[in-house]
Design a protein around this ligand. Structure first.
Ligand code: DAH
Length: 352
């Protein structure tokens, strides 16, 4: 048995010597030290030996096992070392290769346009006032002079969050930025209820409508609302401010026109068109032959709305307007499908 052990040792060591890689080393370990190896069989067969032989053979087998394991560890280190030396001597690292450039992100085109609008309004003295996106029917409609069942609600089909048990005052996602007018007026008026301060603010943000999604309508879009309230503000101020805005946005040569319109929260109301900057007013497919592009709704703040905001309509007047940054981008870059804005297609987004 002792002879068999030393034979096991010699054969194992002989087959270890020529090994050069880790895979072969692992195969050697399984063959010589694994559960089914000749050496391990000696251990499992110890029980068959006589009482006298058992400790002798056990010790001898153990010595062989320890010796083989030690040689395996040594060999493992030398195999790793020579693999490293080999790769260092054959693979050159060219440190002069240019690095991979980092792709820089950018702001979403809607955000860029929103900021352009706010920057211009900021220069004109309008401070940003952010308002909530989840509203009650009362703020989104009623205080803006849309009573329940008013037909003007038809244009703003709503996404309701909670209606159960709330009667005429369900909770909804705001369909326009106009409810911010009431929040702002109430907040300003609370500072000095007898003599509320004048207001000049821009209200930006997401609005939501329950729309059939098409190339012209999305369920989600941005608006920027403007509100100016004070003593002696007239329709001439509205026209002057919005004309100036259009020139700053579309160039000093931009021409505008106002058309009478209707909104429940303004009286009188007007829509503003800019002369089509694609065809210069001659008529093209973008302006549908009219030479004009509608860019915003506006009007003098309705007395009921001023009252609801805490401003006495006999002493205060104001004007308001609302516009859509996505719509402006569509006109400016002739984008024919509003779905691109939220489609997450990098090929579209990268162009801005
Ligand atoms: N809230 C209107 C809408 O979403 C836009 C609008 C029109 C806002 C006229 C105004 C305004 O402040 O005066 O259709």
């Amino acid at each position: 048995m002792i002879d068999k052990l030393s034979e096991i040792e010699t054969t194992a060591l002989e087959s270890l010597a020529p090994i050069k890689d880790e895979a072969a080393l692992e195969a050697w370990r399984i063959a010589n030290l694994g559960r089914n190896s000749a050496l391990m069989t000696v251990f499992s067969d110890l029980g068959k030996l006589s009482k006298e032989e058992r400790p002798l053979i056990g010790q001898a087998a153990n010595r062989v096992k320890v010796a083989l394991e030690a040689r395996l560890t040594e060999k493992m280190e030398s195999v790793k070392r020579s693999a490293l030396e080999h790769s260092l001597s054959t693979e050159n690292l060219d440190v002069t290769l240019p690095g991979r450039s980092v792709r820089r992100g950018r702001l979403h085109p809607s955000t860029q346009q929103l900021r352009r609008v706010l920057a211009i309004l900021g220069e004109m003295g309008f401070q940003v006032y952010t308002s909530r996106e989840v509203e009650t029917d009362e703020f989104n409609f009623q205080l803006l002079n849309f009573p329940p069942h008013h037909p003007a609600r038809e244009m703003q089909d709503s996404l309701y969050v909670d209606a159960a048990g709330r009667g005429d005052n369900p909770i909804l996602l705001r369909t326009h930025t106009s409810p911010g007018q009431i929040h702002a007026m109430r907040e300003y008026a609370a500072w000095n209820p007898k003599e509320p301060p004048p207001i000049r603010i821009a209200l930006p943000g997401m609005c939501y409508r329950h729309e059939q999604i098409t190339s012209r309508s999305e369920v989600q879009f941005n608006q920027v609302e403007g509100l100016a309230v004070g003593k002696g503000i007239t329709f001439a101020n509205l026209k002057g401010t919005l004309t100036d805005f259009a020139r700053r946005m579309f160039g000093q040569a931009a021409r505008v026109r106002f058309r009478a319109s209707y909104f429940p929260f303004t009286e009188p109301s007007a829509e503003m068109d800019v002369e089509c900057f694609v065809c210069g007013g001659k008529g093209c497919s973008v302006c549908k032959g009219s030479g004009w592009l509608e860019i915003l709704g506006s009007g003098m703040v309705h007395p009921v709305v001023l009252e609801n905001g805490g401003y006495n309509p006999r002493r205060y007047t104001g004007f308001a307007f609302g516009m859509g940054p996505e719509r402006q981008l569509m006109l400016r870059y002739r984008i024919d499908d509003i779905r691109y804005f939220l489609g997450n297609d990098i090929r579209f987004l990268e162009q801005f």
